[in-house]
Design a protein around this ligand. Structure first.
Ligand SMILES: [Fe+2]
Ligand SMILES: [Fe+2]
Length: 366
């Protein structure tokens, strides 16, 4: 991308307090809470052998190849015009934050999948990652179009070069990406169903696209479920079960903290954040029984109180960061200690043991 790209025209912003430079900076920043870009050992992933799951694999790939959402990510008559300047300022800031964060997460998938396709030699793996990169590019592009209407599109080309990449070994990529795809499905479908029942709360047309969209995420999750099945140790050894437990706790608690940072956005949707998050955890946990031998107990008496503690600790750290100086440093340290204590309390909640079924494949049912 170059300076002539519309993404760079910061002066076209319709939102007084934010422009494209600001949203690109938001997307580029890597903190504990915002979406990361990943890199991995692509050669190891290229050595995956899907022959043990061949019939299910071929069915999934055929479905992806048929490209059911080919024409879906286009604005049509359902795309109502939004008066961004008239939107309540706090809601506008939080909604833009939501769109930037979602666009970054979608684009992060695109970057990782495209790189796997580029580096690989294994035809099965390359074909899968090609289709998944295609889908995520559409998703990120569609969100960025919505941002562009407000004059605050993220410069994705710049992001690819400027954002820090986090290295995860392949098995961590499987756990984290599987979860984020299935959570993505659960988040999109839960919002979609809520707004289907309460159309007056749909304050932006993008939510109308979520149903077909989430089916893409569901299929991507299916692909990772199948990949994990190619090596039973990934989900059965003692150490790996501890890692799965870690990823479940980390991904769920991060989502809880992040969603609570957008109270006005959820109020506008008419969604209670705790209800929404628990609903998303529940759907994700039920789906994840297809491959994970354990499930975090989200109804345990320690679950919600420690999520709230963690959210408050992040709030304290954020306030301390803004304060700066010695008091700010001290606030960050004590906030960090509180967040860690809450995380340990969540991680040590006894898990529910599950026996994954012989047949791994699922269909989206919500
Ligand atoms: Fe996506
Ligand atoms: Fe996806």
């Amino acid at each position: 991308m170059n300076a002539q790209n519309p993404d760079m025209t910061a002066d076209t912003a319709l939102v007084p307090e934010i422009d494209s430079t600001a949203t690109t900076a938001m997307a580029t920043e890597t903190t504990m809470l915002n979406p990361r870009f990943y890199t991995t050992d692509f050669d190891e992933m290229d050595r995956l052998d899907v022959s043990s799951i061949r019939p299910e694999w071929d069915r999934l790939i055929a479905q992806m190849k048929s490209d059911p959402n080919k024409g879906h990510f286009k604005k049509n008559a359902d795309w109502d015009q939004i008066d961004w300047a008239a939107m309540e300022p706090k809601l506008r800031v939080e909604f833009i934050d939501f769109l930037v964060s979602s666009c970054t997460a979608e684009f992060s998938g695109c970057v990782l999948y495209k790189e796997m396709k580029r580096r690989g030699n294994n035809p099965d793996i390359c074909e899968l990652f090609n289709y998944m990169a295609r889908d995520e590019a559409r998703h990120a592009g569609f969100i960025n179009d919505a941002l562009r209407e407000a004059g605050v599109a993220v410069n994705l080309g710049f992001l690819t070069k400027a954002k820090k990449y986090t290295y995860f070994r392949p098995k961590f990529i499987y756990y984290a990406t599987y979860l984020s795809e299935k959570i993505g499905y659960a988040r999109y479908i839960t919002i979609y169903r809520h707004l289907e029942a309460n159309p007056d709360q749909r304050f932006h047309p993008i939510f109308k696209w979520f149903k077909e969209w989430c089916n893409d995420e569901f299929s991507h999750g299916e692909a990772f479920a199948l990949l994990m099945r190619t090596d039973p140790k990934l989900t059965s050894s003692f150490v790996n079960k501890l890692w799965i437990r870690f990823f479940l706790t980390a991904v769920y608690s991060t989502m809880f903290v992040r969603d609570h940072a957008r109270p006005e956005f959820h109020k506008a949707l008419g969604v209670d954040i705790e209800w929404y998050d628990q609903e998303v955890f529940r759907k994700t946990s039920v789906i994840a029984r297809q491959v994970f031998p354990i499930e975090v107990d989200i109804d345990h008496p320690r679950w919600l109180p420690n999520l709230r503690r963690m959210r408050d600790a992040f709030g304290e750290m954020d306030a301390a960061k803004r304060r700066g100086g010695v008091a700010g440093w001290l606030g960050k340290v004590t906030g960090g200690a509180k967040a860690l204590t809450a995380f340990v309390a969540l991680y040590t909640i006894p898990v529910i043991k599950r026996e994954p079924p012989k047949n791994v494949r699922l269909e989206p049912i919500y």
